[in-house]
Write a protein of this length. Structure first.
Lengths: 169, 655, 105
């Protein structure tokens, strides 16, 4: 019974993910795109739950849905007025993009199917957040610090770029 | 590889030490005159010792010693790099090392206080290095490299006072004119490589002696190489650089004219003597050119008023005489001894003459020996005595060294069937004696103050071609005592010591004729005394001196040469046979108007045009291809994705 | 075995997400929409890491850490991209990437 519930909710999550992604890509209104993205991101967070990682799922919602999506909303508000009609689509471009994406889909699908995925011989079963914390501050501490540096630089760069470049007031 | 003979290490040291001195001075110490002097003198002393050591070590051993390292090796061509020690090179080694050492000593006095003292010694070291390297090279290409280095060093030294326009011009002239000869030299080398395949001196000589070379090849190469010799040894018609080279400091002239630079040409002729001797046409040509040069330079020497000019023309004539001696020996199946012996003795007395001239110039600040005479040159005892010794040697008077070597050369000429050559030689001997003693008598017996001749000679030198202009200022400038970083009076001994040594050499060297011949050839040929020739030669020399005495020395002498009876001829000689005019015309007419114009056109249209066409093609094709830059980012991305996916799929399908 | 316990489910999902994102990147003209599509692609990668972490990796903490890093990098990328969008809008009065063609040959 619980398996059935789990399966059903899993399909729900998958549907949310895919539908959200389709809306994010295909909807003409840019605001609908953002909402679709949020839906898709929440779906991915649900998938993370199924992958035994509640911590990362929470982070996904916190950072992606909570921060990045909102930042995109800000960008929308700062740039183009929403009431302007979107320019008509170019069917040739759509077809080309669909063809390219389809080709990549075939490639990746084939790759996924043909590869023989073998689990590691010896697997530890330690999913605790404590371990993640230990890893972050021991083995991966340099990367961790580099990431923080990257964020700092990105922030500065964003400020400089958005102000209109060097020299302007 | 056999065990390395220590002599070769010494040879290498002989070349490398002066080079190090040059580099060291130029890079580190050129601002510090005494340090530079020390470095240069140390290197030169070391070379002197090494050269004499090698000479002593190999005394009486005529077998050549060769050390070759293959340098450029191609399928058929092998260009060796190494040293060749045989009597010819050993004697020259000693000569060069000694003369350059003495001149470095002398220059202490002469160049004292010059702002470029350090640079001067660096250049001298470079000169010594190049010449020593030339002397002991085993291959012609190596010799050619050193040959060019000699040219470079002489350029640097002739144009040493480069602030002076005429000096820098003279340096350029020397460089370019000798280079003109070197073109032929290099062509000769190229033909040798192509058709014979080796540049090893010993091999070439051996092949020529064994008649393994085809005659046309031999003659062509000999003539072409002689073109280089013409340039270096100032033979007609490209001798014009040498009189101008007097713009350099006088010790440099001495070095240039005795053991280095000009001697390099005759040395090469000696070096390749068997090769040249195998080609009678080439030898005849050399004989003719040398004879013409001999007469030309002797006659010009008769009217020059600049003491250095006189010595310069005497150098040209003596070099011509060496070439004549060698050529005559080649034609008459003689040995190289006569010409080479004259090279040796000439190095001694010509260095002596120039150093004496330098002493006078240094003292009186003028180049005109008439003005020196007025200043009282006869009271400068040591230079006066030594210059007379040198002049006697140059005129070929017994018992000075020139006598012996000249007799040998005249003897060689005598053996030729055509007596024209020997008469030219005798005429030259007469003229040489005349113009040499013209200088001596003018110096010795100045006219009284009110003599009419002073009007003629008082004016500053205005020689045919502008050199001599401003010698006075130059000397005054060059020796601005106290202007340099160090002041005080030059050490007198530094000037006098080399004079005395060289005078001694001039006195003694002639009597070593037999010894040197044994050393050079391994055996001594008994010379049958040709009394007729002896009497003729000495008699003509004495006649020349007598005529000079009549014209310039005796109490009532008018101080007008016998040539002034024939003004046209005198003018012709004063204008140096119009050779400078000829070259000026040649440059204008042939080089500038013909070659330069053609090449300029070629440059503008063909070369530049080609480059422009390439550039325009690039621009055009860039314009054309820029349609690919659509600024449609997504299109580019799409193609990238398509290609990547296509390749990926292709690879997966293949599995 | 239920679908949510199979590696392939997640991998195919990630492929779908990735290709949808790619389609968006290739087809949309609005720069913000392109950015959204890129976020989708990043998520696909993140999902892949998590799936491998769940089913294959010797230690289950590593993949999660990588996913965290991806989020951080995505945040930085979003910040930069948004500032570029603002600057571009100020310059061109438009965020249509087809109009950002000053370098056209």
């Amino acid at each position: 019974m619980s398996l059935l519930i789990a399966s059903l909710s899993f399909y729900l999550v998958v549907a949310a993910t895919v539908v959200g992604a389709v809306i994010a890509v295909a909807a003409r209104n840019i605001f609908h795109n953002v909402l679709g993205l949020a839906l898709s991101l929440i779906g991915v967070a649900g998938l993370f739950l199924y992958l035994n990682s509640p911590f990362v799922a929470l982070m996904q919602i916190l950072i992606y849905v909570g921060a990045i999506t909102i930042a995109i909303c800000f960008a929308i508000m700062l740039s183009q007025p929403l009431y302007l009609p979107a320019p008509p689509r170019n069917p040739l471009k759509i077809q080309g993009a669909a063809f390219g994406a389809g080709l990549v889909f075939i490639f990746l699908g084939l790759l996924t199917r043909q590869t023989l995925w073998t689990p590691a011989a010896e697997r530890v079963n330690d999913w605790s957040i404590t371990t993640i914390g230990h890893y972050l501050l021991n083995q991966y501490v340099v990367i961790f610090e580099l990431i923080s540096l990257l964020l700092l630089v990105a922030m500065l760069g964003a400020i400089v770029t958005a102000r209109g470049g060097r020299g302007s007031a | 590889m056999p065990a390395l003979d220590p002599l070769f290490v010494l040879c290498a040291a002989c070349v490398i030490l002066p080079l190090l001195a040059f580099g060291g001075i130029m890079i580190f110490t050129w601002r510090r005159p005494f340090l530079s002097l020390g470095i240069s003198l140390a290197a030169s002393t070391a070379c002197l010792i090494i050269a004499w050591y090698i000479f002593w070590q190999r005394w009486g051993d005529p077998t050549p010693l060769v050390l070759n390292v293959d340098w450029l090796v191609s399928d058929l061509v092998r260009v060796p790099f190494g040293f060749l020690l045989d009597p010819v090179s050993q004697l020259m080694l000693v000569l060069v090392a000694t003369i350059s050492f003495l001149i470095q000593i002398y220059s202490i006095g002469y160049m004292w206080g010059d702002p470029g003292f350090g640079r001067y010694y660096a250049d001298l070291s470079l000169f010594a290095m190049a010449m020593l390297g030339l002397v002991i090279s085993s291959g012609l290409l190596q010799l050619f490299i050193c040959w060019e280095l000699v040219g470079l060093a002489s350029y640097l030294l002739i144009g040493f006072w480069y602030e002076k326009f005429s000096a820098s011009e003279a340096g350029k002239k020397a460089f370019v004119v000798t280079r003109f000869g070197d073109i032929f030299f290099f062509m000769g080398l190229a033909i040798l490589v192509i058709f014979y395949g080796s540049l090893d001196i010993a091999a070439i000589n051996a092949a020529a002696v064994a008649q393994k070379m085809e005659p046309w090849l031999l003659t062509t190469c000999a003539l072409l190489i002689f073109g280089g010799i013409c340039g270096k040894s100032a033979q007609f018609p490209i001798h014009v650089w040498l009189p101008d080279a007097m713009e350099g400091p006088t010790p440099v002239s001495a070095l240039l004219h005795s053991a280095t630079m000009v001697a390099a040409g005759v040395y090469l002729l000696t070096r390749l003597f068997p090769f040249f001797a195998a080609s009678p046409p080439a030898m005849t040509y050399i004989l003719a050119v040398a004879s013409l040069t001999y007469v030309l330079s002797s006659t010009v020497g008769m009217v020059a008023r600049d003491i250095k000019q006189v010595w310069a023309y005497s150098t040209i004539s003596q070099l011509a005489m060496m070439a004549m001696g060698l050529a005559a020996a080649g034609l008459a199946h003689g040995t190289l001894f006569a010409g080479y012996f004259h090279l040796t003795t000439h190095a001694g007395f010509k260095a002596l003459l120039f150093l004496c001239a330098g002493a006078f110039i240094h003292h009186y600040g003028t180049n005109s020996f008439f003005m020196m005479s007025k200043g009282g040159a006869r009271h400068l005892t040591i230079p006066m005595v030594t210059v007379t010794i040198g002049a006697l040697a140059l005129a070929g008077i017994f018992p000075f060294s020139g006598f012996f070597s000249k007799e040998l050369i005249l003897g060689n000429l005598w053996h030729l069937d055509n007596k024209l050559w020997v008469s030219i030689g005798l005429l030259g001997a007469f003229l040489t004696a005349y113009y040499t003693f013209r200088v001596i008598f003018v110096l010795l017996f100045p006219r009284p103050e009110d003599h009419p001749a002073w009007d003629k000679y008082h004016e500053p030198l205005a020689g045919g071609h502008g050199h001599g202009h401003g010698h006075e200022e130059e000397e005054a400038h060059g020796h601005g005592h106290g202007a340099g970083p160090f002041s005080g009076h030059a050490p007198e001994w530094a000037i006098n010591l080399p004079l005395i040594i060289l005078a001694g050499v001039t006195l003694v060297l002639g009597f070593l004729q037999g010894t040197l011949e044994r050393f050079l050839l391994g055996e001594s040929h008994p010379h049958e005394m040709n009394y007729l020739l002896l009497v003729l030669a000495v008699g003509l020399a004495l006649a020349g001196i007598g005529l000079a005495w009549w014209d310039w020395g005796r109490k009532g002498a008018s101080w007008e040469g016998f040539l002034s009876k024939v003004p046209a001829l005198e003018h012709f000689f004063i204008q140096k046979w119009y050779m400078d005019h000829f070259w000026r015309w040649f440059l204008n007419a042939v080089i500038y108007n013909l070659f330069s114009k053609t090449f300029t056109y070629n440059d503008r249209r063909v070369v530049d045009g080609g480059v422009d066409a390439v550039a325009l093609g690039c621009i055009g094709s860039g314009r054309f291809l820029s349609f690919l830059q659509t600024a449609l980012l997504q299109l580019n991305l799409l193609f990238m994705v398509l290609v990547l996916a296509g390749v990926g799929i292709y690879l997966l399908m293949g599995r | 075995m239920p679908a949510f316990n199979q590696l392939h489910t997640y991998l195919y999902l990630a492929v779908i997400l990735f290709c949808l994102g790619l389609y968006g990147v290739l087809s949309r003209r609005n720069l913000i929409a392109v950015l959204i599509s890129v976020e989708l692609m990043l998520n696909a990668a993140s999902l892949n890491f998590m799936a491998f972490n769940r089913f294959l990796a010797p230690h289950p903490a590593v993949g999660q850490i990588v996913a965290l890093f991806i989020m951080a990098v995505a945040a930085a990328e979003a910040a930069i991209a948004l500032s570029i969008i603002v600057a571009l809008y100020r310059k061109l009065k438009s965020i249509n990437i087809e109009q950002a063609n000053e370098l056209r040959g």
